[in-house]
Design a protein around this ligand. Structure first.
Ligand SMILES: O=C(CO)[C@@H](O)[C@H](O)COP(=O)(O)O
Ligand SMILES: [Fe+2]
Length: 221
C-alpha cells in the first residue's frame, strides 16, 4: 500500500493560495481542500469558485473534503469542476449511493468521511461505491486540533473491512496528523494522510511533506 500525503490548504495563507499550492507540488500527492458551510460544521471556508481557480492554477489534483449540510446537492458540481477526489460526510448525505455514483460518473474518485464517533460497520454495504474512506481524527471544523487516539481501533476495523472486500479503496486520516501521530495512524492501516498545520505551519512545507512520508513508510515496513 503506497503512502500518499494530502496537505490541507486550510492552514495555508489564503492571500497566496497559488504559491502555497506550489510549495508542496513536488513533494505531495494531492492538495486537500476543506469546504465548510457553517451548518454541518461551525466554520465557513471556501466553495466552488475557489476550487475552480485552484484547479486552473495548481498542478496537484484536488482532494475536496465537503463538510457541508447538503452534499447530495453540491458534490456533483465539485466533481464537474475537476476535483480529482470528492468526499462527502456519511452524517450529512441523504442519498449516498446516488451521490457517490454521480461523483464517479464525472471521473472523480468518490470518498465517504466518518466523524470520530460515527461507527464504520453500518457503512460496509457502501464499500462497492467507494474509492476512499476518510476517518476524521478530530471533530471536523478546524485545523490545529489534537489527534484523537480513540479513532485508532476504528481505523483498524476499516482496514479489515477494506481488505476483506478486495476492492481498491484508500483509507485516509484527517485531523491532527503530525510527525508525532502519523506512525500510529499508519500502523492502524491508513494510507492517505491529510496534514494542515504540520505542513503549512512548518518553515519549509515541502520538506515537512517529505518528513511525514518517511515517518509513515517507516511504520508500515
Ligand atoms: O477537515 C479538516 C478539519 O475539519 C482538516 O482537513 C484540517 O484542516 C486538518 O488540519 P490539521 O489538523 O492537520 O491542522
Ligand atoms: Fe479535511
Amino acid at each position: 500500500m503506497a503512502i500518499q500525503i494530502s496537505p490541507s490548504i486550510l492552514s495555508a495563507d489564503f492571500a497566496h493560495l497559488a504559491a502555497e499550492a506550489e510549495a508542496v507540488s513536488q513533494s505531495a500527492d494531492w492538495l486537500h481542500v476543506d469546504v465548510m458551510d457553517n451548518h454541518f460544521v461551525p466554520n465557513l471556508t471556501l466553495g466552488l469558485p475557489v476550487v475552480e481557480a485552484l484547479r486552473a492554477s495548481a498542478s496537484l489534483p484536488l482532494d475536496c473534503h465537503l463538510m457541508i449540510e447538503d452534499p447530495d446537492r453540491w458534490a456533483p458540481s465539485f466533481a464537474e469542476a475537476g476535483a480529482g477526489s470528492v468526499t462527502i460526510h456519511a452524517e450529512a448525505a441523504r442519498s449516498p449511493v446516488r451521490t457517490l455514483r454521480t461523483i464517479r460518473s464525472s471521473g472523480a474518485r468518490a470518498g465517504l468521511a466518518l466523524n470520530p464517533v460515527t461507527p464504520v460497520d453500518g457503512y460496509a454495504e457502501l464499500l462497492g461505491e467507494l474509492d476512499m474512506v476518510l476517518m476524521m481524527t478530530v471533530e471536523p471544523g478546524f485545523g490545529g486540533q489534537p489527534f484523537l487516539d480513540m479513532v485508532l481501533p476504528k481505523i483498524r476495523r476499516a482496514r479489515a473491512l477494506i481488505n476483506d472486500s478486495d476492492a481498491d479503496i484508500w483509507l485516509q486520516v484527517d485531523g491532527g496528523v503530525s510527525a508525532e501521530t502519523i506512525e500510529r495512524a499508519a500502523e492502524a492501516g491508513a494510507d492517505v494522510f491529510v496534514a494542515g498545520s504540520a505542513v503549512y505551519g512548518a518553515d519549509d512545507p515541502g520538506h515537512a511533506v517529505d518528513a511525514l512520508r518517511t515517518q509513515a513508510e517507516k511504520a508500515t515496513h
